[in-house]
Design a protein around this ligand. Structure first.
Ligand SMILES: Cc1cc2nc3c(=O)[nH]c(=O)nc-3n(C[C@H](O)[C@H](O)[C@H](O)COP(=O)(O)OP(=O)(O)OC[C@H]3O[C@@H](n4cnc5c(N)ncnc54)[C@H](O)[C@@H]3O)c2cc1C
Length: 237
């Protein structure tokens, strides 16, 4: 599906956590959009600054939901796009281009899947995970989600509900700066891979987030024996 200009309205903004927001854009023209799980849209920032700016946001809602685009964003107070997106009123018209991007699930693979995210890197992964499970993928699918602190965690109810519905889906949260009392995984996502990637030749990985984590994790997966074509990633910067 080629990218098109999209007119939408910000229908709803949910404040999930201090600096994390879920945004729902209702499509106006076209009224429906076909896209593949993992793709993103480029949103036009109309904050009054004469310098035109587009910023990319991954689509979290599943491809089956064609009339709305949902995404999850982190507010960067020093940025331009996120201060605008987190303060405009619900009902504001928002222009975007999409769908864009080549980050997509290999549906021909017979391998187990590990999804790895840090922070809002979860956005396209939720779309891919729900899409695969709804399409009947019954192979093991594991999500590893990294944060610094316990108070940064969000969407646990959503992940719990997916895990309850689909027994082949499991997830773990790892904290790089946990309190002593944290019962979950500890350390960076790369440390988890070092200790838990048991069948690299029978696993495909999808990685998304900001910074060195993405390339470090991809390189580590290959170093541990995963074929390059099974290592997929999207970088936010
Ligand atoms: C393909 C693609 C998909 C993306 N999808 C999302 C998404 O679904 N949700 C989302 O929040 N962002 C996403 N981003 C990042 C987004 O495009 C913007 O860069 C981000 O929202 C910051 O924009 P800004 O203008 O507010 O700040 P900027 O001035 O552009 O950003 C300042 C700095 O903040 C850092 N930064 C950017 N994004 C993040 C983040 N998510 N978490 C922590 N630090 C960050 C970067 O190092 C950047 O240099 C995506 C980027 C790409 C390339």
């Amino acid at each position: 599906m080629p990218a098109v200009s999209i007119e939408s309205i910000l229908e709803k903004r949910i404040h999930l956590l201090d600096d994390i927001y879920e945004l729902h854009f209702k499509l106006v023209n076209p009224a429906e959009l076909s896209f593949r799980a993992g793709q993103f849209v480029n949103i036009r920032v109309e904050d009054g600054n004469p310098k035109i700016l587009f910023r990319s946001y991954s689509i979290m809602s599943p491809p089956a939901e064609k009339t709305v685009i949902k995404t999850c964003i982190k507010l960067i107070p020093t940025g331009r796009a996120t201060p605008w997106l987190t303060t405009i009123a619900e009902g504001t018209p928002v222009k975007m281009m999409g769908p864009l991007g080549m980050f997509k699930f290999n549906e021909t693979s017979e391998k187990n899947t590990i999804f790895i995210a840090t922070g809002t890197g979860i956005t396209p992964l939720i779309c891919m995970i729900e899409d695969q499970l709804e399409k009947g993928n019954t192979r093991p699918i594991h999500l590893l989600w990294g944060f610094r602190y316990e108070q940064d965690i969000f969407y646990t109810e959503l992940l719990e509900s997916i895990a309850e519905k689909y027994p082949n889906f499991t997830y773990a949260i790892t904290l790089s700066r946990p309190e002593e009392s944290w019962p979950g995984e500890k350390g960076r996502v790369t440390e988890w891979i070092e200790h838990n990637l048991f069948q690299p030749e029978n696993t495909q990985v999808y990685i998304c987030g900001v910074g060195n984590m993405v390339l470090d994790t991809a390189a580590l997966c290959e170093k541990m024996g995963m074929p390059k074509e099974d290592v997929h990633f999207e970088r936010y910067d």
